[in-house]
Design a protein around this ligand. Sequence first.
Ligand code: ATP
Length: 244
Amino acid sequence: MSESVINVSELTRRFGAKTALDSVSLVLPRGAVYGLVGANGAGKTTLIKHILGLLRTESGSVRVFGLDPVTDPVGVLSRIGYLSEENDLPGWMRVDELIRYSRAFYPAWDDGYAEELRRTFDLGPATKIKNLSKGQRARAGLLIALAYRPELLVLDEPSSGLDPIVRRDILGAVLRTIAGEGRTVLFSSHLLEEVEQVADHVTMIGEGRIALSAPLDDIKATHRSLDAAFLAHVGMPVASAPDP
Ligand code: ATP
């Protein structure tokens, strides 16, 4: 169970003069919920894009399930569920059509679980995607990302699309179930409260550098609050960090 799912070593990424990731090293063992927290522009999405193999490593290395996601995209992506802030779903499809369409791509698709999630997320089967609210669309995206029971679930800023109830109650329950089954969740957020609610382990990132990566309980035991820990280690409060 201690086998690492994600292993990033000395990863540096520059965009022109901007260093988006500065010698980032991170090992995430299987079976926990990892919160990656940092202000806008801290480097969260850039790190996630490397994990998904969407960016080629310039310096350092990235391994997911022991594989290079750039040279083995099928081997890696077939085992990952991914939900991003953008969450592009075809607006003309109905919810039931989206489910039928998506299941064709994944041999491990679990019909019973998809139906359970559809009910939990309160998504009407005949509703067109374009008529769903932003929060409902995020729920539909989450359903698709979960229903083939991926070994690794990656959520990039899920709070941007999810309404507060889904975020707190449903997302928390779903993520804990996934981790309990020995699967792994990595989610990014700029909200410390959100990370505190669902993560077992917190990684704080500021200006492309990992400032602290530790179990949530350890951080709480050694700091007054998560905000205080962020301020102490990243050197600025998460909310007032500069926008990119
Ligand atoms: P947000 O919460 O706003 O999404 P983030 O923590 O995900 O922020 P990144 O999107 O990883 O941050 O961006 C890190 C830095 O790299 C920012 O300064 C951003 O402007 C820059 N950056 C990211 N992608 C590119 C790109 N394709 N071209 C130029 N600069 C980029």
